[in-house]
Design a protein around this ligand. Structure first.
Ligand code: C2E
Ligand code: MG
Ligand code: MG
Ligand code: MG
Length: 279
């Protein structure tokens, strides 16, 4: 009995696995088409606010994919498939070109773009970014790149070189989801970044878990000591906003302030925020 049901479980599991593999394969094929035809991919922009005023300092570009049959897909569904199937360089370049093209014609001071570690490790990456900025005649100060801690862990000469070249060129680099990886102070000193983004899992526990309050305070102190800016991600409540402002966290981002919006809506929000400040 037990043996039979055990075998059944294995078969069910194998069937599910097969289903997952087929699903990923179909997403890969459709993504290739989307990249080739330039259809279905979109960027939304989530504004990043100064904690000290209502001002919008910049915005983070977040990719969306309007799939022909599955509807709007979130990056969590397709980024890692793109990474595994060799499509991330194309996708990443598409995102960069679109975001830089947007900021060029916008009153937004700067745009932040997420960069996959796979893309960042390509030795051609920095030159590709410089070429895009030059082609579109956008100054490097208007671009920020978000990378994750895992990239720094590999202690690679090529990653270090790329990071240094980007920053020497005037492009800012932020460490995304900070606190969830394994960065150490020594990595931060070796590599050098311009900003830490406190992961939303910490922000969510502020005021609930006193240990988390201390961690957030420490990250903000660390950033200040190393002359980095600090952004809190995933700010959803008034209490979180107040606590972060009291801790002198520089920048705030989250649903409380604004969800990710279309480019047109972002322009309206910038105007409204400017009016609020003037009035
Ligand atoms: P991330 O860079 O850490 O982006 C923050 C994510 O949190 C976004 O999800 C955003 O919509 C969401 N978020 C913002 N405020 C709040 C909030 O107050 N509460 C909650 N619960 N969530 C909030 P999204 O757009 O689904 O992106 C997920 C992840 O996908 C991003 O995390 C980033 O790692 C990756 N991603 C997005 N766009 C790109 C891209 O163009 N290229 C690459 N390589 N990765 C991207
Ligand atoms: Mg990000
Ligand atoms: Mg993040
Ligand atoms: Mg994240």
């Amino acid at each position: 009995e037990a043996k039979a049901s055990g075998r059944n479980r294995v078969e069910v599991f194998a069937g599910e696995l097969d289903q997952i593999v087929r699903e990923r394969r179909s997403i890969e094929i459709d993504l290739r088409t989307a990249l080739h035809d330039g259809t279905g991919l979109n960027l939304v922009y989530q504004p990043i606010f100064s904690s000290q005023s209502a001002r919008i300092l910049g915005a983070e570009a977040l990719v969306r994919w309007d799939h022909p049959t599955k509807g709007r897909l979130s990056p969590d569904v397709f980024i890692n498939i793109a990474e595994e199937r060799g499509l991330i360089d194309n996708l990443g370049l598409w995102v960069l070109r679109e975001a830089i093209g947007f900021v060029k014609h916008s009153t937004l001071p700067w745009v932040a773009v997420n960069v996959s570690p796979v893309q960042f490790r390509d030795p051609r990456f920095a030159d590709e970014v410089f070429a895009l900025l030059k082609d579109l005649a956008v100054t490097p100060e208007r671009l920020e790149l978000e990378i994750t801690e895992g990239l720094l862990l590999q202690n690679s000469q090529s990653v270090q070189h790329t990071l240094r070249r980007l920053r020497q060129h005037g492009i800012r680099v932020a460490l995304d989801d900070f606190g969830t990886g394994y960065s150490s102070i020594s990595y931060l000193r070796t590599y050098g970044v311009d900003k830490l983004k406190i992961d939303q899992s910490f922000v969510a526990q502020m005021g609930i878990d006193m240990e988390v309050d201390s961690i957030v305070r420490s990250i903000i102190d660390l950033a200040r000591a190393m002359r980095m800016k600090v952004t809190a991600e995933g700010v959803e409540t008034e209490q979180q906003r107040t606590a972060l402002t009291d801790l002198a966290c520089d920048q705030l981002q989250g649903y409380l302030l604004s969800r990710p919006v279309t480019a047109d809506r972002l322009e309206e929000l910038i105007e409204e925020a400017d009016w609020a400040k003037a009035g």
